[in-house]
Structure formats: C-alpha cells, structure tokens
Design a protein around this ligand. Structure first.
Ligand SMILES: C[S@@+](CC[C@H](N)C(=O)[O-])C[C@H]1O[C@@H](n2cnc3c(N)ncnc32)[C@H](O)[C@@H]1O
Length: 206
C-alpha cells in the first residue's frame, strides 16, 4: 500500500460496511470462468487472488477441488463474508494482508486479477507489476482483466489504456494475451482487456 494513500484498509472496510461495492459482480465473471475451465484437472498449482474482495473465483476453484488457492485482501469484511459462504475453504489460505507485503514462500503458479489493479492508486501500477513478478515462479502466469477505458468520476476505479499498462508489465512479463475481452459482463463489454502474461525467465531478473 502506498504510505500516503487514503485507499487504506479502513477505506475499503468502510466501503464494504456501507454497501458501496459497485464492483462486486456477485458471482464469478465469464472471462475468469472460461479461463479456469481450460486449466485442466485440479492439481497442486498455487493460485493467488489478491484484492479478492468476496472472492467468487476462489469459491469456484475450491468447489472444483483446487487445494492451493490463496485469497488476500486488506479489508476484513469481505473475507468474513467469504468464510460464511464457503466454510470449507481453509482459513489459513485467507490472508488479511497488504498485497505489496506478500512473499513468494513458495512462489505462485498463477495470479488472478479482477478490479484490484484499478482500485490501487495509479502511482502503484509499476510496483503492482513488479510485485506480481516477485510472487510468481519463472514462467508463472498473471491473468485477468484490466479496464481499458477512462472513467468520468474520480477513482477508484482508476482507468487507463493498454499502451500505458504495457509499459508496466513489459520489463517482467511476456505477453500471451493482451486484447479486448470477448466475454465481459455487459456493463464492462468492450472496456476491458483480457490479459495473460508469463513471468519472464531472465537470469538474474526479479
Ligand atoms: C474494487 S475491490 C475488488 C474486489 C474483487 N476483486 C471483486 O472483483 O469483487 C478492490 C479490493 O482490493 C482490496 N485492496 C485494496 N488495496 C489492497 C492492498 N494493498 N492489498 C490487498 N487488498 C487490497 C480492497 O479491500 C477491495 O476488496
């Protein structure tokens, strides 16, 4: 978290308590569902969902039998809601922690992004890309959705463009997919990028 940021745990907790959670789709979204369905059978792959909120993606993966799914969020309320909804999910895999303080012990195979990047102060975008690279094993995957649009209201969410984002991720990732999503939720249609990035294997790289 940015040391000066007003977008701290208290801010997000208050948004949940006040029911101001317009980002919350209420279930797993089609792009993530379609991606997960092609992952094959559940195995030991370590999957991190940061800024997960109520973590419908983690619920889906858990119910499919994936054993190594981890959820991180700074706000306690959505984690509590998740625990009530999915009591069989391992409590130790629910991390009430700052994403930027997470450590790769051990490294993750997959990080899932949905409306977390756009919730961060834009000054943290390069740090986000670097931290994802830090947490992933070489060859590991960062996938999900990024808004490719500007918003008329002050953020969060903070908008941006694919050209801007490319510059943050290019030092650390190879780009497998970086194009307008074809299966977005209707209100987001045409305004979000589907990304699937592979953590570079450069010797001596992060
Ligand atoms: C816009 S919400 C999106 C939640 C969820 N991904 C979804 O799509 O419903 C952003 C989430 O990021 C969390 N968050 C904000 N800053 C964070 C940080 N530095 N580390 C971890 N979580 C953070 C907030 O508490 C909030 O749940």
């Amino acid at each position: 978290m940015h040391p000066d940021s007003q977008l701290d745990a208290a801010y997000w907790q208050q948004r949940y308590l006040a029911g101001q959670t317009g980002w919350d789709a209420g279930s797993i979204t089609p792009p993530l569902l379609d991606y997960f369905r092609q992952l094959g059978l559940p195995d030991e792959r370590r999957i991190l969902i940061p800024g997960a909120g109520r973590a419908y993606e983690a619920e889906y993966l858990h119910r499919q039998g994936w054993p190594n799914v981890w959820v991180a969020d700074v706000a306690p309320a959505p984690l509590h809601d998740f625990q009530q909804r999915v009591p069989t999910f391992p409590a130790a895999h629910l991390l009430q922690q700052d994403f930027f303080a997470l450590e790769p012990t051990p490294a993750f195979d997959l990080i899932v992004e949905q409306t977390f990047f756009c919730a961060l102060d834009p000054s943290l975008r390069l740090a986000y890309a670097r931290q994802c690279a830090h947490l992933l094993r070489p060859g590991g995957t960062l996938m999900g959705l990024l808004f490719d649009t500007e918003f008329s209201q002050p953020g969060p969410p903070f908008g941006g463009s694919r050209e801007e984002y490319r510059a943050y991720f290019a030092p650390y990732f190879d780009f497998a997919h970086f194009e307008t999503a074809t299966n977005s939720l209707p209100p987001r249609r045409g305004r979000e990028l589907f990304i699937c990035l592979k953590r570079k294997r450069l010797p001596g790289s992060y």
